[in-house]
Design a protein. Structure first.
Length: 384
């Protein structure tokens, strides 16, 4: 009998924690530092990979994702050395997806070619807005002109390029978002990530909001209309909503993120990186030390991991349910019930079906478009 993680595959996430500036909406583990000793950082990453290879050998890696922070601040040789070490320890699928996140302000043609030569096959670019006023409001350090120039460079070097936009911003109208999204769709190759602005605790935006700042945020009905028009325009352009905030042509979905949503295993290394690893039949949640210097000091001895907690059967069932209902394909009823060791609540299923929030197609349980708008409520009803 195959281990459950094999339903989702295996990938590796590498966290680079540094940025040129901290965006006020960002709650990721990112830091601004003037001096970075990449030689020491590379040694830390390689030591962690060497250690992990002894615990989870013989896995086929289907994806590698360099996230952050701003990984496009890394030297291409650093990225190439990490990819080379991964290839040394694990076999890779025939067409592995190796993604690197990039910000337009840190892009240059030579650097992108260096990443491609080192093995990167896909770029995910944080554009966030296509007008300069809103870029400034979001704390971005690039202009629209720089973003489009960076995208053009990426498109010349890589076959697969995705970029992010944030909507439901201050003073944004439905018409202005339609115009901006149409411009984005005219640029897009095969994938877009389109997120509603959320105010996360611990961010500069959260502090402003609690003090009465950030005026002009859209009311709930307008934000819902923006979500609806996003789905409509993307589908018309051939980019299907395969996840709540992600749109792609068929076959161009982010394979790395699908590992998360299909509840596979993933090794996370770097400051604050999380992972899910199955070792000797037990699935663990892992977490690395968050502060860069604390992680770096320990990583050289392959001790960057801070926590490793065993997950119960119910923990795993609930995590699979929470992740899998985000994607259009949904979850396998037989798989989630096998993980939980008990059936889903039939009364809750009947109610959600009655209100057109879910569909049941043979063994697949998925949310409807209406259900995605109320996803947290749907999940709450189904949790074990």
């Amino acid at each position: 009998m195959s281990a459950d993680w094999q339903n989702g595959g295996f990938g590796i996430y590498v966290h680079w924690p540094f940025c040129q500036a901290k965006c006020p909406y960002c709650d990721f583990n990112s830091h601004v530092s003037r001096e970075i000793d990449e030689t020491r950082w590379l040694a830390g990453y390689l030591a962690e990979l060497d250690h992990a290879a002894g615990q989870i050998p013989n896995r086929v890696v289907t994806s590698v994702f360099f996230g952050g922070g701003t990984p496009s601040l890394m030297h291409p040789d650093t990225v190439a050395a990490i990819i080379e070490r991964i290839r040394k320890h694990w076999p890779m699928s025939n067409d592995p997806e190796i993604t690197l996140e990039a910000n337009p302000g840190s892009v240059e043609a030579g650097r992108f070619r260096g990443y491609a030569d080192g093995g990167v096959s896909r770029i995910s670019m944080g554009v966030q807005a296509l007008n300069d006023r809103d870029l400034k409001r979001l704390g971005r350090i690039h202009s629209v002109e720089e973003a489009i120039a960076a995208f053009d460079i990426a498109r010349d070097v890589f076959e697969r390029v995705s970029f992010d936009l944030i909507y439901a911003r201050q003073d944004q109208t439905l018409e202005s978002w339609k115009s901006e999204l149409n411009e984005a769709l005219s640029l897009a190759i095969d994938h877009l990530s389109l997120y509603q602005l959320t105010i996360e605790k611990g961010t500069a935006f959260s502090d402003r909001y609690e003090k009465g700042g950030l005026r002009g945020l859209p009311v709930e009905d307008l934000a819902a209309d923006m979500y609806d028009i996003t789905n409509e325009l993307c589908e018309r352009a051939g980019l299907i909503a395969y996840e709540v905030s992600n749109y792609a042509k068929v076959g161009a979905e982010s394979r790395h993120n699908l590992i998360y949503w299909r509840y596979g295993d993933y090794l996370g290394i770097g400051p604050g990186a999380h992972g899910r690893l199955t070792i000797d039949g037990q699935r663990f949640a892992t977490e690395h030390y968050k502060m860069p210097n604390a992680w770096l000091e320990r990583a050289k001895n392959a001790q960057g991991e801070k926590l490793r907690n065993g997950l119960s059967d119910l923990d795993q069932a609930n995590e699979y349910l929470m992740m899998g209902l985000r994607i259009s394909e949904g979850i396998s009823v037989s798989r989630v019930e096998a993980l939980a060791g008990r059936p889903l609540d039939r009364t809750a299923l009947a109610t959600l079906l009655e209100y057109d929030l879910i569909d049941l197609l043979n063994d697949q349980l998925l949310t409807t478009p209406r259900g995605r708008l109320l996803l947290n409520s749907v999940i709450t009803e189904l949790l074990f």
